[in-house]
Design a binder for this molecule. Structure first.
Ligand SMILES: NC(=O)c1ccc[n+]([C@@H]2O[C@H](COP(=O)([O-])OP(=O)(O)OC[C@H]3O[C@@H](n4cnc5c(N)ncnc54)[C@H](OP(=O)(O)O)[C@@H]3O)[C@@H](O)[C@H]2O)c1
Length: 378
Protein backbone atom coordinates (compact mmCIF):
# COMPACT_ATOMS: atom_id res chain seq x y z
CA UNK A 1 0.00 0.00 0.00
CA UNK A 2 1.23 3.49 -0.95
CA UNK A 3 1.83 5.70 2.11
CA UNK A 4 0.66 8.79 0.32
CA UNK A 5 -2.69 10.27 1.23
CA UNK A 6 -4.66 12.44 -1.17
CA UNK A 7 -7.30 14.73 0.27
CA UNK A 8 -9.99 15.38 -2.35
CA UNK A 9 -11.51 18.78 -1.53
CA UNK A 10 -15.03 18.78 -2.97
CA UNK A 11 -14.74 14.99 -2.77
CA UNK A 12 -18.48 14.30 -2.57
CA UNK A 13 -19.24 16.68 -5.51
CA UNK A 14 -19.99 15.28 -8.96
CA UNK A 15 -16.41 15.46 -10.29
CA UNK A 16 -14.70 15.02 -6.90
CA UNK A 17 -16.41 11.71 -6.17
CA UNK A 18 -15.52 10.41 -9.65
CA UNK A 19 -11.90 11.51 -9.13
CA UNK A 20 -11.80 9.77 -5.72
CA UNK A 21 -13.25 6.55 -7.15
CA UNK A 22 -10.88 6.62 -10.15
CA UNK A 23 -7.92 7.18 -7.81
CA UNK A 24 -8.98 4.17 -5.75
CA UNK A 25 -9.33 2.09 -8.91
CA UNK A 26 -6.04 3.06 -10.56
CA UNK A 27 -3.63 4.03 -7.76
CA UNK A 28 -2.72 2.71 -4.31
CA UNK A 29 -3.05 5.98 -2.40
CA UNK A 30 -5.14 6.50 0.72
CA UNK A 31 -8.03 8.93 0.18
CA UNK A 32 -9.67 11.58 2.36
CA UNK A 33 -13.03 12.92 1.19
CA UNK A 34 -13.51 16.54 2.25
CA UNK A 35 -16.06 19.32 1.89
CA UNK A 36 -17.87 21.76 4.15
CA UNK A 37 -20.34 19.09 5.27
CA UNK A 38 -18.31 16.75 7.51
CA UNK A 39 -21.13 14.23 7.90
CA UNK A 40 -21.59 13.88 4.19
CA UNK A 41 -17.83 13.49 3.73
CA UNK A 42 -17.84 10.71 6.34
CA UNK A 43 -20.85 8.98 4.81
CA UNK A 44 -19.35 9.03 1.31
CA UNK A 45 -15.98 7.82 2.63
CA UNK A 46 -17.75 4.85 4.29
CA UNK A 47 -19.49 3.99 1.01
CA UNK A 48 -16.15 4.11 -0.83
CA UNK A 49 -14.47 1.98 1.84
CA UNK A 50 -17.18 -0.64 1.30
CA UNK A 51 -16.76 -0.43 -2.46
CA UNK A 52 -12.96 -0.79 -2.20
CA UNK A 53 -12.35 -3.24 0.68
CA UNK A 54 -8.98 -2.94 2.37
CA UNK A 55 -8.41 0.61 1.22
CA UNK A 56 -7.81 3.51 3.60
CA UNK A 57 -10.66 5.99 2.94
CA UNK A 58 -11.60 8.68 5.46
CA UNK A 59 -13.91 11.69 5.56
CA UNK A 60 -13.37 15.11 7.10
CA UNK A 61 -14.93 18.58 7.13
CA UNK A 62 -12.88 21.28 5.39
CA UNK A 63 -13.86 24.70 4.10
CA UNK A 64 -11.71 26.45 1.50
CA UNK A 65 -12.85 29.72 3.11
CA UNK A 66 -11.59 28.72 6.58
CA UNK A 67 -7.77 28.43 6.80
CA UNK A 68 -7.86 26.72 10.20
CA UNK A 69 -10.15 23.93 8.99
CA UNK A 70 -7.92 23.51 5.91
CA UNK A 71 -4.74 23.23 8.00
CA UNK A 72 -6.40 20.67 10.25
CA UNK A 73 -7.74 18.60 7.35
CA UNK A 74 -4.44 18.75 5.46
CA UNK A 75 -2.22 17.92 8.44
CA UNK A 76 -1.98 14.24 7.43
CA UNK A 77 -2.36 14.63 3.66
CA UNK A 78 0.53 14.51 1.21
CA UNK A 79 -1.51 16.19 -1.52
CA UNK A 80 -4.74 18.15 -1.86
CA UNK A 81 -6.68 17.42 -5.05
CA UNK A 82 -9.01 20.40 -5.55
CA UNK A 83 -12.34 19.44 -7.10
CA UNK A 84 -14.36 22.02 -5.17
CA UNK A 85 -16.32 24.83 -6.76
CA UNK A 86 -14.98 27.70 -4.59
CA UNK A 87 -12.41 28.60 -7.24
CA UNK A 88 -11.88 32.11 -5.84
CA UNK A 89 -10.51 30.54 -2.63
CA UNK A 90 -7.70 28.61 -4.37
CA UNK A 91 -5.04 30.87 -2.79
CA UNK A 92 -6.22 29.81 0.70
CA UNK A 93 -5.84 26.15 -0.19
CA UNK A 94 -2.31 26.64 -1.57
CA UNK A 95 -1.25 28.58 1.54
CA UNK A 96 -2.61 25.84 3.82
CA UNK A 97 -0.79 23.24 1.71
CA UNK A 98 2.46 25.21 2.06
CA UNK A 99 2.01 25.41 5.83
CA UNK A 100 1.29 21.72 6.25
CA UNK A 101 3.79 20.45 3.64
CA UNK A 102 1.27 19.05 1.15
CA UNK A 103 1.45 19.18 -2.66
CA UNK A 104 -1.48 20.60 -4.65
CA UNK A 105 -3.50 19.93 -7.82
CA UNK A 106 -6.62 21.69 -9.08
CA UNK A 107 -9.07 21.10 -11.93
CA UNK A 108 -10.90 24.46 -11.91
CA UNK A 109 -12.44 25.53 -15.21
CA UNK A 110 -12.72 29.18 -14.27
CA UNK A 111 -9.35 30.79 -14.88
CA UNK A 112 -9.64 33.48 -12.20
CA UNK A 113 -7.57 31.56 -9.66
CA UNK A 114 -4.44 31.24 -11.79
CA UNK A 115 -3.30 34.77 -10.87
CA UNK A 116 -3.62 33.84 -7.16
CA UNK A 117 -1.46 30.78 -7.73
CA UNK A 118 1.11 32.72 -9.75
CA UNK A 119 1.48 35.26 -6.95
CA UNK A 120 2.51 32.31 -4.72
CA UNK A 121 4.84 30.66 -7.28
CA UNK A 122 8.10 31.79 -5.62
CA UNK A 123 6.92 30.59 -2.19
CA UNK A 124 5.77 27.29 -3.68
CA UNK A 125 9.19 26.64 -5.26
CA UNK A 126 11.08 27.80 -2.13
CA UNK A 127 9.03 25.42 0.05
CA UNK A 128 9.85 22.56 -2.33
CA UNK A 129 6.17 21.91 -3.00
CA UNK A 130 4.75 20.69 -6.32
CA UNK A 131 1.57 22.53 -7.39
CA UNK A 132 -0.26 21.48 -10.53
CA UNK A 133 -3.08 23.59 -11.95
CA UNK A 134 -5.26 23.35 -15.08
CA UNK A 135 -5.80 19.60 -14.68
CA UNK A 136 -8.75 17.66 -16.15
CA UNK A 137 -9.93 17.74 -19.75
CA UNK A 138 -10.91 21.42 -20.16
CA UNK A 139 -8.55 22.66 -18.91
CA UNK A 140 -6.05 19.83 -19.01
CA UNK A 141 -5.99 18.20 -22.41
CA UNK A 142 -5.75 21.14 -24.85
CA UNK A 143 -2.05 21.86 -24.29
CA UNK A 144 -1.30 18.13 -23.91
CA UNK A 145 -2.91 17.37 -27.29
CA UNK A 146 -0.91 20.12 -29.03
CA UNK A 147 2.30 18.79 -27.47
CA UNK A 148 1.29 15.25 -28.50
CA UNK A 149 0.86 16.37 -32.14
CA UNK A 150 3.99 18.57 -32.40
CA UNK A 151 6.57 15.80 -33.08
CA UNK A 152 4.66 14.77 -36.23
CA UNK A 153 5.55 18.10 -37.90
CA UNK A 154 8.66 19.93 -39.02
CA UNK A 155 6.59 23.10 -38.60
CA UNK A 156 3.15 23.12 -37.01
CA UNK A 157 1.08 26.09 -38.19
CA UNK A 158 -2.39 25.95 -36.70
CA UNK A 159 -4.26 24.05 -34.00
CA UNK A 160 -8.02 23.85 -33.50
CA UNK A 161 -9.11 22.11 -30.31
CA UNK A 162 -12.84 21.37 -30.05
CA UNK A 163 -15.05 19.63 -27.52
CA UNK A 164 -18.64 18.47 -27.50
CA UNK A 165 -20.77 16.97 -24.73
CA UNK A 166 -24.02 15.06 -25.19
CA UNK A 167 -24.98 14.15 -21.67
CA UNK A 168 -28.12 13.96 -19.59
CA UNK A 169 -26.84 15.40 -16.32
CA UNK A 170 -29.36 15.40 -13.48
CA UNK A 171 -27.07 16.82 -10.77
CA UNK A 172 -28.35 20.40 -10.36
CA UNK A 173 -25.58 21.39 -7.93
CA UNK A 174 -22.98 20.50 -10.52
CA UNK A 175 -24.91 22.32 -13.27
CA UNK A 176 -25.14 25.40 -11.04
CA UNK A 177 -21.34 25.26 -10.59
CA UNK A 178 -21.02 25.20 -14.39
CA UNK A 179 -23.42 28.14 -14.80
CA UNK A 180 -21.63 30.20 -12.16
CA UNK A 181 -18.38 29.90 -14.13
CA UNK A 182 -19.82 30.49 -17.59
CA UNK A 183 -19.18 34.20 -18.08
CA UNK A 184 -16.03 34.57 -16.03
CA UNK A 185 -13.55 34.11 -18.88
CA UNK A 186 -14.64 35.45 -22.28
CA UNK A 187 -13.45 33.35 -25.21
CA UNK A 188 -10.17 34.13 -26.95
CA UNK A 189 -8.57 33.22 -30.28
CA UNK A 190 -4.95 33.47 -31.46
CA UNK A 191 -4.67 35.22 -34.83
CA UNK A 192 -1.77 37.07 -36.51
CA UNK A 193 0.54 36.59 -33.57
CA UNK A 194 -1.76 37.75 -30.76
CA UNK A 195 -4.53 36.45 -28.54
CA UNK A 196 -7.62 38.59 -28.85
CA UNK A 197 -11.09 38.56 -27.32
CA UNK A 198 -13.36 36.37 -29.48
CA UNK A 199 -16.70 37.41 -30.97
CA UNK A 200 -19.49 35.14 -32.28
CA UNK A 201 -17.92 35.54 -35.74
CA UNK A 202 -14.98 33.43 -34.53
CA UNK A 203 -17.18 30.37 -34.06
CA UNK A 204 -16.22 27.33 -36.16
CA UNK A 205 -17.93 24.16 -37.42
CA UNK A 206 -16.23 21.02 -36.16
CA UNK A 207 -16.94 17.43 -37.18
CA UNK A 208 -16.97 15.20 -34.10
CA UNK A 209 -17.58 11.94 -35.96
CA UNK A 210 -20.16 9.21 -35.63
CA UNK A 211 -23.09 10.00 -33.32
CA UNK A 212 -22.09 13.65 -32.90
CA UNK A 213 -21.66 14.93 -36.46
CA UNK A 214 -20.83 18.49 -37.37
CA UNK A 215 -21.53 21.12 -34.70
CA UNK A 216 -21.08 24.88 -34.30
CA UNK A 217 -18.51 25.63 -31.64
CA UNK A 218 -17.69 28.83 -29.76
CA UNK A 219 -14.26 29.96 -28.57
CA UNK A 220 -13.38 29.52 -24.91
CA UNK A 221 -10.34 30.77 -23.04
CA UNK A 222 -8.01 28.28 -21.37
CA UNK A 223 -5.00 29.66 -19.56
CA UNK A 224 -2.94 26.56 -20.39
CA UNK A 225 -3.10 27.56 -24.10
CA UNK A 226 -1.77 31.11 -23.76
CA UNK A 227 1.94 30.31 -24.17
CA UNK A 228 1.38 27.44 -26.64
CA UNK A 229 1.47 29.48 -29.92
CA UNK A 230 4.83 30.98 -29.01
CA UNK A 231 6.25 27.65 -27.83
CA UNK A 232 5.28 25.93 -31.09
CA UNK A 233 5.56 28.80 -33.58
CA UNK A 234 1.83 28.69 -34.43
CA UNK A 235 0.09 31.34 -36.51
CA UNK A 236 -3.43 30.29 -35.42
CA UNK A 237 -4.83 28.59 -32.34
CA UNK A 238 -8.11 28.31 -30.51
CA UNK A 239 -10.18 26.11 -28.23
CA UNK A 240 -13.88 25.79 -29.10
CA UNK A 241 -16.84 24.23 -27.30
CA UNK A 242 -20.07 23.01 -28.88
CA UNK A 243 -23.33 23.72 -27.09
CA UNK A 244 -25.45 21.03 -25.37
CA UNK A 245 -28.62 21.21 -27.52
CA UNK A 246 -30.72 24.00 -29.09
CA UNK A 247 -32.96 24.42 -26.02
CA UNK A 248 -30.20 24.50 -23.40
CA UNK A 249 -28.02 26.76 -25.58
CA UNK A 250 -30.84 29.27 -26.27
CA UNK A 251 -32.75 29.30 -22.98
CA UNK A 252 -30.15 28.40 -20.37
CA UNK A 253 -26.57 29.10 -21.45
CA UNK A 254 -27.29 32.22 -23.51
CA UNK A 255 -29.27 34.04 -20.78
CA UNK A 256 -26.67 33.04 -18.19
CA UNK A 257 -23.87 34.34 -20.41
CA UNK A 258 -25.39 37.41 -22.08
CA UNK A 259 -27.70 38.65 -19.32
CA UNK A 260 -25.46 37.44 -16.48
CA UNK A 261 -28.46 35.65 -14.97
CA UNK A 262 -26.01 33.46 -13.10
CA UNK A 263 -25.40 36.27 -10.57
CA UNK A 264 -28.41 35.47 -8.41
CA UNK A 265 -29.26 32.33 -6.54
CA UNK A 266 -32.97 32.54 -7.59
CA UNK A 267 -32.11 32.64 -11.31
CA UNK A 268 -29.55 29.85 -10.89
CA UNK A 269 -32.34 27.75 -9.32
CA UNK A 270 -34.57 28.41 -12.32
CA UNK A 271 -31.86 27.96 -14.96
CA UNK A 272 -30.61 24.72 -13.41
CA UNK A 273 -34.19 23.29 -13.51
CA UNK A 274 -34.48 24.21 -17.21
CA UNK A 275 -30.98 22.83 -17.77
CA UNK A 276 -31.94 19.39 -16.42
CA UNK A 277 -35.30 19.41 -18.23
CA UNK A 278 -33.73 20.60 -21.52
CA UNK A 279 -30.99 17.94 -21.35
CA UNK A 280 -33.56 15.18 -20.69
CA UNK A 281 -35.97 16.36 -23.36
CA UNK A 282 -33.66 17.30 -26.23
CA UNK A 283 -30.39 15.39 -25.90
CA UNK A 284 -30.39 12.34 -28.13
CA UNK A 285 -28.17 9.27 -27.81
CA UNK A 286 -25.41 8.26 -28.28
CA UNK A 287 -24.33 10.13 -25.14
CA UNK A 288 -20.79 11.09 -24.32
CA UNK A 289 -18.00 13.61 -24.57
CA UNK A 290 -15.60 14.12 -27.46
CA UNK A 291 -12.42 16.17 -27.29
CA UNK A 292 -10.28 16.60 -30.38
CA UNK A 293 -7.41 18.46 -31.97
CA UNK A 294 -6.90 19.24 -35.66
CA UNK A 295 -3.34 20.39 -36.25
CA UNK A 296 -1.99 21.54 -39.61
CA UNK A 297 1.54 22.17 -40.73
CA UNK A 298 4.35 20.79 -42.87
CA UNK A 299 6.45 17.65 -42.80
CA UNK A 300 9.30 16.96 -45.24
CA UNK A 301 8.07 19.68 -47.58
CA UNK A 302 4.43 18.50 -47.66
CA UNK A 303 1.28 19.67 -45.92
CA UNK A 304 0.29 17.47 -43.04
CA UNK A 305 -2.84 17.13 -40.91
CA UNK A 306 -2.79 15.43 -37.51
CA UNK A 307 -6.03 14.66 -35.70
CA UNK A 308 -6.22 13.42 -32.12
CA UNK A 309 -9.67 12.47 -30.86
CA UNK A 310 -10.62 11.18 -27.40
CA UNK A 311 -14.10 10.11 -26.34
CA UNK A 312 -15.91 8.65 -23.36
CA UNK A 313 -19.57 7.97 -22.59
CA UNK A 314 -19.39 9.75 -19.23
CA UNK A 315 -18.26 13.38 -18.97
CA UNK A 316 -17.36 13.09 -15.27
CA UNK A 317 -15.12 10.11 -15.97
CA UNK A 318 -13.69 12.00 -18.92
CA UNK A 319 -12.66 14.68 -16.40
CA UNK A 320 -11.41 12.28 -13.73
CA UNK A 321 -9.37 9.95 -15.95
CA UNK A 322 -6.89 12.62 -17.24
CA UNK A 323 -6.51 13.85 -13.63
CA UNK A 324 -5.58 10.36 -12.46
CA UNK A 325 -3.33 9.78 -15.51
CA UNK A 326 -1.51 12.99 -14.52
CA UNK A 327 -1.34 11.93 -10.86
CA UNK A 328 0.23 8.61 -11.87
CA UNK A 329 3.11 10.62 -13.38
CA UNK A 330 3.25 12.61 -10.14
CA UNK A 331 3.21 9.45 -8.01
CA UNK A 332 6.15 7.85 -9.79
CA UNK A 333 8.14 11.08 -9.42
CA UNK A 334 8.43 11.96 -13.11
CA UNK A 335 6.59 15.29 -12.74
CA UNK A 336 6.93 15.80 -8.99
CA UNK A 337 9.17 18.86 -9.05
CA UNK A 338 9.06 21.96 -6.83
CA UNK A 339 7.14 24.82 -8.47
CA UNK A 340 3.85 25.73 -10.12
CA UNK A 341 3.02 23.67 -13.22
CA UNK A 342 0.15 23.19 -15.63
CA UNK A 343 -0.92 19.60 -16.26
CA UNK A 344 -0.89 19.92 -20.06
CA UNK A 345 2.65 21.35 -19.99
CA UNK A 346 4.18 19.16 -17.29
CA UNK A 347 2.96 15.68 -18.24
CA UNK A 348 4.51 13.44 -20.87
CA UNK A 349 1.64 13.65 -23.41
CA UNK A 350 2.30 10.27 -25.03
CA UNK A 351 2.13 8.48 -21.71
CA UNK A 352 -0.83 10.58 -20.58
CA UNK A 353 -2.93 9.56 -23.59
CA UNK A 354 -1.81 5.93 -23.43
CA UNK A 355 -2.77 5.79 -19.73
CA UNK A 356 -6.12 7.45 -20.46
CA UNK A 357 -6.73 4.79 -23.11
CA UNK A 358 -6.03 2.05 -20.60
CA UNK A 359 -8.48 3.66 -18.15
CA UNK A 360 -11.27 3.73 -20.75
CA UNK A 361 -10.94 6.99 -22.73
CA UNK A 362 -10.83 5.87 -26.36
CA UNK A 363 -8.14 7.85 -28.15
CA UNK A 364 -7.16 7.82 -31.81
CA UNK A 365 -4.24 9.57 -33.45
CA UNK A 366 -4.32 9.94 -37.24
CA UNK A 367 -1.67 11.46 -39.47
CA UNK A 368 -3.00 12.46 -42.92
CA UNK A 369 -5.97 10.18 -42.26
CA UNK A 370 -3.89 7.09 -41.35
CA UNK A 371 -4.06 5.70 -37.82
CA UNK A 372 -0.80 5.66 -35.90
CA UNK A 373 0.10 3.62 -32.87
CA UNK A 374 -1.10 5.33 -29.67
CA UNK A 375 2.46 5.38 -28.32
CA UNK A 376 4.25 6.40 -31.58
CA UNK A 377 6.20 9.60 -31.14
CA UNK A 378 6.63 10.60 -34.80
N1 LIG B 1 -10.94 20.52 -15.72
C1 LIG B 1 -12.06 19.96 -16.16
O1 LIG B 1 -12.08 19.26 -17.18
C2 LIG B 1 -13.34 20.16 -15.41
C3 LIG B 1 -14.54 19.57 -15.87
C4 LIG B 1 -15.71 19.73 -15.10
C5 LIG B 1 -15.67 20.45 -13.91
N2 LIG B 1 -14.47 21.02 -13.51
C6 LIG B 1 -14.38 21.76 -12.25
O2 LIG B 1 -14.70 20.89 -11.19
C7 LIG B 1 -15.12 21.64 -10.06
C8 LIG B 1 -16.34 20.98 -9.42
O3 LIG B 1 -17.38 20.78 -10.35
P1 LIG B 1 -18.62 19.83 -9.98
O4 LIG B 1 -19.46 19.73 -11.19
O5 LIG B 1 -18.14 18.59 -9.32
O6 LIG B 1 -19.35 20.74 -8.88
P2 LIG B 1 -20.28 20.27 -7.66
O7 LIG B 1 -20.96 18.98 -7.95
O8 LIG B 1 -21.09 21.48 -7.33
O9 LIG B 1 -19.25 19.99 -6.46
C9 LIG B 1 -18.57 21.03 -5.82
C10 LIG B 1 -18.03 20.52 -4.51
O10 LIG B 1 -17.28 21.59 -3.90
C11 LIG B 1 -17.64 21.64 -2.52
N3 LIG B 1 -17.41 23.00 -2.04
C12 LIG B 1 -18.05 24.12 -2.40
N4 LIG B 1 -17.58 25.18 -1.72
C13 LIG B 1 -16.60 24.71 -0.91
C14 LIG B 1 -15.73 25.28 0.02
N5 LIG B 1 -15.77 26.59 0.33
N6 LIG B 1 -14.83 24.50 0.66
C15 LIG B 1 -14.77 23.17 0.40
N7 LIG B 1 -15.56 22.55 -0.48
C16 LIG B 1 -16.48 23.30 -1.12
C17 LIG B 1 -19.11 21.22 -2.49
O11 LIG B 1 -19.51 20.73 -1.23
P3 LIG B 1 -20.08 21.72 -0.08
O12 LIG B 1 -20.86 22.81 -0.79
O13 LIG B 1 -20.94 20.84 0.79
O14 LIG B 1 -18.87 22.24 0.63
C18 LIG B 1 -19.10 20.09 -3.51
O15 LIG B 1 -18.70 18.87 -2.92
C19 LIG B 1 -15.37 23.07 -10.58
O16 LIG B 1 -14.26 23.87 -10.17
C20 LIG B 1 -15.34 22.91 -12.10
O17 LIG B 1 -14.85 24.05 -12.76
C21 LIG B 1 -13.34 20.87 -14.24
Amino acid sequence: MDERRFLVLGGYGAVGLTVARTLLRHTETAIVIAGRDGERALEVSRQLAEEFPGRDVRGVAADAGDPESLRKALSEATMVVCCHSATHLAGNVVRAALETGADYLDIHFSQEHVAQLESLAVEIAAAGRCCITQAGFHPGLAAAFVRRAAPFFDTMESTVVALAMKEVIADRTSLKSLLRDIDKDPGAVFRDGVWRRATWRDSVRADFGVGFGERSCYPIDLYEMRSIPEQHGLSEAGVYAAGFNWFVDSFVLMPAYVLHLNRWEWSLELLSHWFVWGLRRFTRPPFGTVFQLDARGRHQGHERVVRIRSAHEDGYLFTAIPVVACLRQYLDGSIRHPGLWMMGHACDPVRLLADMNRMGVRTEVTVDGAHVDAEARR
